[in-house]
Design a protein around this ligand. Structure first.
Ligand SMILES: NC(=O)c1ccc[n+]([C@@H]2O[C@H](COP(=O)([O-])OP(=O)(O)OC[C@H]3O[C@@H](n4cnc5c(N)ncnc54)[C@H](O)[C@@H]3O)[C@@H](O)[C@H]2O)c1
Length: 461
């Protein structure tokens, strides 16, 4: 019987969710190596003191000393320093000052996507281990460079796809796949929301605290844009502050100049889980082609937007990615955010709130072997979960020199797919992919989009 995804989700309306999964990880703190004596803490330099850095530094606080902060926005670096380092960290406009310091062990890169590869590569070359936020790169060729330098330097690099450290949900889902409970995987579907559209956003004066040239960095020169509608007051006298529209802080992710839109922003999370499932099922060969459709709020020419006054990433999309042997991955905009994994014997749905489906129900009578999650998690310690667990995983690997759970090599295997979807979306045509050579075949224009020029003065090295 053919059943739709909505039908499937409907049939699982009473979610078997995390509560019924026989694993629960809550013990905080240990890194699984040593205790956190004062001299056991690592010194951390932060590059990018924005929104996610606030969360990440809180999660890592048990194990790190924040000693340096770089951000081209003086307001942000100063307030971050006051909040998380009691004003005692050194603050810099230029992150390279942090990389020069010999007393700093690890670097956290939490900049916009167009500013990931350069500091990550330079940090590795400076002998630092790195936790970089997802998506690791803006282009496929940047991924080739990061993987090469990681192999060359042997540095520990974790990518911030913390779903890989959510044991009750995604890791249990992966253990079900690895233990063959779904049978051979035939289809994986990643549902992620589309990007928002915006009104025209006027050119605005650059705030005095912001070094706009440095914020743009390797991206093309562009005007700073910002607009916030006036505050409103509702009938109960409650003030409402509308969100700002800008091409800078937080909203950079809706501009192809600085990001890949939802395809990489959330694709980096859910396409990652979908790809991980295929790898655990032994389907290690990469995709052969990608086809689909996307809708953008502006016109495009030669793969880039021709209008520069509003958000330009895809608001709607539906892509099919073909793998050898007939396996397919579907990537689509959908409000029902999550990953559906369909095998010959059963299927499961997983997102940050639930894990459901027949093979999950069967766990009551047929639990997973005791080591099933550990095997999926590279036998690394699992005392902390979610974002905190992801930091614990990184810092454990810094000490043991093991490969972390979100290593750059497996990350790029899936991020290549997100980037291919982005190239296909921007050109409006299907692509054929040679996974071994990591090249687009028979389409020179698309193949040229594996890389982007870096603005003069912001080249890597
Ligand atoms: N893992 C997750 O769940 C998750 C969640 C949110 C964001 N993220 C990722 O984190 C990254 C940052 O997102 P955000 O929402 O915090 O954005 P943000 O705009 O709030 O913060 C980015 C900060 O980086 C700074 N910056 C820009 N160029 C810099 C440079 N050259 N050197 C130092 N700092 C620089 C900006 O001024 C800003 O303060 C993005 O790549 C995003 O995808 C991950």
């Amino acid at each position: 019987m053919r059943s739709t995804r909505r039908g499937f989700l409907g049939s699982c309306a009473v979610s078997t969710a995390a509560a019924s999964v026989p694993y629960f990880f809550s013990t905080p703190r240990s890194l699984g190596v040593e205790t956190k004596a004062k001299n056991d803490r690592v010194t951390l330099g932060l590059i990018g003191a924005g929104s996610i850095a606030n969360t990440n530094i809180k999660e890592a606080a048990d194990w790190i000393d924040l000693v340096a902060i770089a951000d081209p926005d003086a307001g942000r670096r100063e307030s971050f320093n006051a909040k998380f380092a009691g004003g005692k960290a050194a603050v810099y406009d230029d992150y390279r000052k942090i990389l020069e310091r010999k007393d700093i062990d690890v670097i956290h890169v939490a900049t916009p996507d167009h500013w990931h590869t350069k500091p990550v590569v330079e940090a590795m070359l400076a002998g630092k281990d790195v936790y970089c936020e997802k998506p690791l790169t803006l282009t496929i060729d940047e991924g080739k460079l990061i993987r090469k330098i990681q192999k060359q330097t042997g540095r520990v690099v974790q990518v911030g796809t913390q779903q890989r450290s959510m044991f009750n949900l995604f890791v249990t889902a992966m253990a079900l796949v690895a233990e063959g409970r779904l049978g051979r995987i035939r289809k994986v579907q990643a549902a992620i929301g589309g990007a928002p559209a915006s009104p025209a956003i006027p050119v605005a004066e650059v705030p005095s605290a912001l070094d706009w040239d440095r914020w743009l960095g390797p991206a093309p020169l562009a005007d700073y844009r910002f607009f916030r509608a006036p505050e409103t007051v509702d009938k109960d006298g409650k003030k409402k502050r509308p969100p700002a529209n800008t091409n800078c802080h937080s909203e950079f992710r809706w501009w192809y100049e600085y990001s890949g839109g939802k395809l990489t922003d959330w694709g980096a999370h859910h396409v990652d889980i979908a790809t991980w499932a295929l790898l655990l099922d032994g389907q290690t060969a990469g995709p052969t082609s990608i086809s689909g459709t996307a809708r953008h709020p502006v016109e495009f020419k030669d793969g880039m937007p021709v209008q520069h006054d509003r958000y330009n990433t895809a608001t709607e999309f539906l892509f099919t990615v073909d793998f050898p042997g007939g396996t397919q991955m579907i990537i689509r905009h959908d409000t029902d955010n999550g990953v559906l994994i369909e095998g010959e014997k059963g299927r499961i749905f997983v997102n940050r709130g639930k894990l459901s489906g027949g093979p999950v129900d069967e766990l009551k009578d047929h639990p997973l072997p005791e080591n099933a999650l550990a095997k999926v998690y590279k036998n690394l310690p699992m005392e902390n979960t979610a974002r905190k667990g992801h930091w614990a995983n990184f810092l454990h690997c810094v000490k043991t020199r093991q490969e972390p759970i979100s290593d750059v090599h497996s990350h790029m295997k899936m991020l290549n797919i997100c980037h291919l979807a982005g190239i296909s979306a921007r050109l409006g045509r299907s692509l054929t992919w040679d996974d071994a050579a990591e090249r687009i075949v028979g389409d020179d224009q698309a193949d040229a989009m594996l890389a982007r020029p870096y603005r003069k003065g912001y080249e890597i090295g």
